[in-house]
Write a protein that binds this ligand. Structure first.
Ligand code: 13P
Length: 247
């Protein structure tokens, strides 16, 4: 299994920001792992052109569940492939919160992504209230069961555990908490997709930065990271990628 360092630019970035891609590629930080950036959809094609010939993959942040049709403002998985995307983030907590996306819808989107040949990065995570109530494993187990397509394999599925309260806050779970959740996810995924679960990359996301990356990547069943804010700066993301490569 190749580990994966993925960056989620969210609603940030412009053509001018693609100089960060040049700097990241020049830093060559990832001999032992895969490196992915998911910019806003407007930048998928130009970032793909910029990354040509490098080991940087380019992905999307969402897709529609349908292949085509009257869905103003939406993008199909095939359109993302056409623009150069190899991966798509699905079910990010910001989309679940801002757009009311259910796990059932996330699974339909993931099925569309797999049908189009994209690798689906399915996101799950508990809120702070759910963690305080001792419901973390029940919540993420339910999200996982309902969001992951039955046809998912180690080759076309990545799961990202992103505690909602750790996103953009500078706070992270303890290492023991991350390890507990990732072990649980590996087992639960096995109940859903069988032996393929052993090879699915399980990413941690939420306030990953150069200073905490190495200790997180040293944990069992942590196969990479989904990085928000720190992926916008080439130096920070390169340092995180280098930490994963060394893990
Ligand atoms: P931050 O790294 O900014 O906390 O964001 C994490 C995230 O939501 C990645 O998808």
């Amino acid at each position: 299994m190749k580990k994966l360092a993925a960056g989620n630019w969210k609603m940030n970035g412009s053509l001018a920001a693609l100089t960060q891609v040049d700097a990241l590629i020049a830093a060559e930080p990832a001999p032992e792992c895969e490196m992915l950036l998911c910019p806003p959809a407007t930048l998928i094609a130009p970032m793909t052109a910029r990354a040509k010939g490098s080991r940087l993959w380019v992905g999307a942040q969402d897709c529609h569940a349908k292949a085509a049709g009257a869905h103003t403002g939406d993008l199909s998985a095939a359109m993302l492939v056409d623009a150069g995307a190899s991966h798509v983030i699905l079910g990010h907590s910001e989309r679940r919160a801002d757009h009311g996306e259910s796990s059932e819808l996330v699974r339909q989107k993931a099925e569309a992504a797999l049908a189009a040949g994209l690798i689906a990065i399915v996101c799950i995570g508990e809120t702070e209230a759910e963690r305080d109530a001792g419901e973390t494993l029940a919540v993420i187990g339910g999200q996982l069961d309902a969001s992951v397509p039955a046809a998912a394999t180690a080759a076309n599925l990545v799961v990202a555990y992103e505690p909602v309260w750790a996103i953009g806050t500078g706070r992270t779970p303890t290492l023991a908490q991350i390890a507990e959740v990732h072990r649980f996810l590996r087992d639960r995924l096995g109940q859903n997709i069988g032996a393929e679960a052993a090879g699915v990359r399980l990413l941690y996301g939420g306030s990953v930065k150069p200073s905490n990356a190495a200790e997180i990547f040293a944990l069992p069943d942590v196969d990479g990271a989904l990085v928000g804010g720190a992926s916008l700066k080439a130096d920070d993301f390169a340092a995180i990628v280098a930490a994963l490569s060394a893990a």
